[in-house]
Structure formats: C-alpha cells, structure tokens
Design a protein around this ligand. Structure first.
Ligand SMILES: CC(C)(COP(=O)(O)OP(=O)(O)OC[C@H]1O[C@@H](n2cnc3c(N)ncnc32)[C@H](O)[C@@H]1OP(=O)(O)O)[C@@H](O)C(=O)NCCC(=O)NCCS
Length: 186
C-alpha cells in the first residue's frame, strides 16, 4: 500500500477502535508526543461492510477479508468466542528497542484481563512482535503462508509478495485467564 493508503486504513481503524476504550498509547514525557499505539477492537471485522462495498479501496477490502477470515479461525477451529483483537501494534522507529512495544502489549493484556475478557487475538507479521507475544505466553493458532492464501472474492493470491518472515502471518492468542491467575497470586 502507499503511505496515503496506509494512513487512510489506520485512520479508519482508529475511528472504530479508540471509542471502544481498550486501546493504549505510549507518550514521550518531555514532548508529549504519541510514540506507540496498540488498538483493541471488539468484533471489528464482523460488521456487514465487507460485501458489495464499492467505496472501500480494493487493497483495504483485501485486508478486511483477510482479517475477517483470521478472526473466524479461533471461533470455528478452536471454539473460542470471547475474543478481543489487538491490532496495529506500532512504535515509532525513533523509540524502538526500548521495551515500549512489550509494555504496551503487557498493559493491554492486563487491562483486558481486569475487565474480564478471556482471549486476546493478534495477527503477527514481524519477528519482534513474535518475541513480545512469546514473552506473554501467546499461542500460535495458525500459521498462514501468504504465498498460497487466496482472496475469498477474487481468488487471487493478493499477498504473495508481502515481506514477511517465512512468508507467513501467525494468528496468535493470549489466554488472559492465565494472566488473571498470575495477577491474583501476586
Ligand atoms: C513490533 C514493534 C511494535 C516492536 O516495538 P519495540 O518497542 O521496538 O519492541 P520492544 O523494545 O518491546 O522489543 C521487543 C522484543 O523484540 C526483540 N527483538 C528485537 N529485534 C529483533 C529481531 N530482529 N528478531 C527477533 N526479536 C527481536 C527484542 O530483543 C525485544 O525482546 P526482549 O525485550 O526480550 O529483548 C515495532 O518494531 C514496530 O512498530 N514495528 C512495525 C509495525 C509492526 O510490525 N507491528 C507488529 C505487527 S504484528
């Protein structure tokens, strides 16, 4: 996607996710600038906006259909229904490798555990995000090879050139009940 397309996509997610109150930002104490975010979303990809939508750019439709399918994996293949999606974990490159991504993820998981949610779902595309999720005991529900994934509407392998480790995206799930028991023992 172009920078403009990414901004438009992120803007749409932010508008849907932020009002739900389970997204977190990391701010620089000195400049007060936002340096990292993790969005939390309930049922974002179950909205009836996917079908016959001619206004949404085609690349964003591809992403929506991919995410919609990813969200079905825990529900259908694992019978997990009480799920929240952590999406767009990102830290400004100027602030990377200082533990901000890890802290955002831990704080979001703790917040959701405190609110009584059971599972936190993430679609992991980078080694660093994988390292963060491994620390939280996240389990891989499915590893999807994007060279063979095909868009459900067009049948095209639309992400076959995506730059990903092993060409895969991992659908990962944190069982927040484990965090709850760790917190209650502390
Ligand atoms: C992924 C991202 C959010 C990480 O943010 P960050 O603040 O730099 O992460 P942290 O400093 O908390 O470091 C995460 C861990 O990755 C590890 N790490 C760093 N480089 C790594 C690499 N190349 N391979 C594997 N692990 C790596 C670090 O050692 C650290 O683990 P540790 O604390 O046990 O040492 C950030 O790099 C980013 O915004 N990337 C672009 C967007 C993205 O890929 N988001 C994730 C989508 S699933």
């Amino acid at each position: 996607m172009t920078k403009e397309e990414i901004l438009s996509y992120a803007d749409e997610i932010a508008r849907d996710a932020i009002p739900q109150g389970i997204s977190l930002g990391a701010f620089d104490d000195v400049t007060n600038e936002l340096v990292g975010v993790t969005f939390g979303e309930c049922d974002l990809y179950r909205k009836p906006k996917i079908k016959n939508d001619n206004r949404t750019p085609i690349k964003i439709q591809y992403l929506q259909r991919l995410y919609e399918w990813f969200e079905l994996i825990p529900r259908i293949e694992h019978g997990i229904t009480s799920i929240l999606l952590a999406d767009v974990l990102a830290v400004s490159t100027q602030y990377s490798n200082r533990g901000i991504g890890t802290e955002l993820t831990i704080r979001q998981a703790n917040l959701l555990a405190d609110l009584g949610f059971t599972f936190l779902l993430s679609f992991i595309t980078s080694e660093k995000a994988l390292a963060i999720h491994a620390k939280l005991g996240s389990k891989c529900l499915k590893k999807v090879d994007m060279r063979t994934y095909r868009d459900s509407r067009t049948g095209e392998a639309v992400f076959k050139h995506a730059e990903l480790k092993d060409n895969c995206i991992q659908v990962m799930c944190i069982d927040l009940r484990n965090l709850q028991s760790i917190k209650s023992k502390a």
